[in-house]
Design a protein around this ligand. Structure first.
Ligand code: FES
Length: 78
């Protein structure tokens, strides 16, 4: 999915402050986390590998999980 499609799936409350750092420890803006999920990072570990978000003390994990819940719905086929 594209970043735009990802944004369409997010509730308003998760679309705020897209350019602010979601991961303050590693200075990863929220939009970058969203882009990583859109590109196929479908769990916390994949997001961390792609963006380094949550790779500090993990304090932003919850926020990433919220985004994953909205965007990375389990896909059929495998
Ligand atoms: S804010 Fe992301 S690990 Fe701390």
């Amino acid at each position: 999915m594209t970043v735009d499609e990802a944004l369409e799936q997010l509730p308003e409350i998760l679309k705020r402050n897209l350019d602010r750092n979601l991961c303050v420890c590693n200075e990863v803006p929220k939009i970058r986390v969203i882009a990583a999920i859109a590109e196929g990072a479908h769990d916390l570990e994949a997001v961390r590998q792609k963006t380094y978000a949550s790779d500090g003390n993990g304090c932003c994990r919850r926020q990433i999980e919220d985004l994953l819940e909205c965007l990375a719905s389990p896909e059929s086929g495998d």
